[in-house]
Design a binder for this molecule. Sequence first.
Ligand code: KPL
Length: 317
Amino acid sequence: MRSRSRATRAVPPTDDGSWLIVGAGALGQLFAASLARRFPIVLLGRQAAESPIHLRRPDGETLRIAVPRQRPAAWAADRTSTAVPTLVVLATKSHDAMAALDALAPRLAPATPLLLVQNGFRTQPAISERWAGPVLCASTTEAAYRPPPGPQSPDVVHAATGTTWIGDLADHHFALATSVARRLDQAGIAATPCRDIRRHLWHKLAVNAVINPLTACHRVPNGALARPAFRPRVTALVAEIERIMHAEGVAPPPQGWQALIDGVIQATASNHSSMLQDVLANRPTEHDAILGPLVEASLRHRLDAPELQALWRAASA
Ligand code: KPL
């Protein structure tokens, strides 16, 4: 990846021009299908050429949306095209993000703005530190998943609408965050620019650090964590996370940590968390991006975090 010290070109405008969406997971396909109806985009994933995305909307209607696609290696190797994207939406899993960006970087203008939509808090500081252009981070509560393949199955189910917060960690690019949020909004993804994206990312991290590993270890839907059998573990984890957040200077949510996490357990009761889906599909999980920053912060601040440590060991095994 290009280092920050290299000369940067002017930041390309994002109000026009094509966006490149990297990663055809649930969120990548949701963003691609929503944007493609109004704006030029290319989706990089396993499928080549233009093929439709079947998107089931929250109201149950299924849309068939034509989306230009390419494989990442073919896009990176295409020296005939002079078109450069004005924004790259990196929608891969956290552990794939850096390698995906490295592979595409030679074909990108050095100051191309990025929008990172990973869970956790690993890629955000690492890529912000190393990429020469502006790095926006997104924290989203959009609920989307890929159902098991079947003759009637859509490619992606948009289970519930949410809010997508957008900002950069140093709060240097609020105007850019505003224009990116505007385009997402126009595409039907409710987005809001913000000056405190780190707080939003850590709030989501707290939710994911409780729900994802517990549901993945016990192979239960999110709502099971409201059962009495899980309560002592959930409340002990929340207490550890609360102490770590305080030491890290992350402001609590207005309703408090326990209510935030219980609210998501309730609102997503029938969901299989993304980590459970990864475990069931035999894919690598995002445990490092989700639990790693909390475990490291507990060590940095010399705070006991036995529940987090136990989850970390179980998830890393
Ligand atoms: O973000 C999620 C995930 O599964 O990754 C939650 C909010 C836990 C919903 O399942």
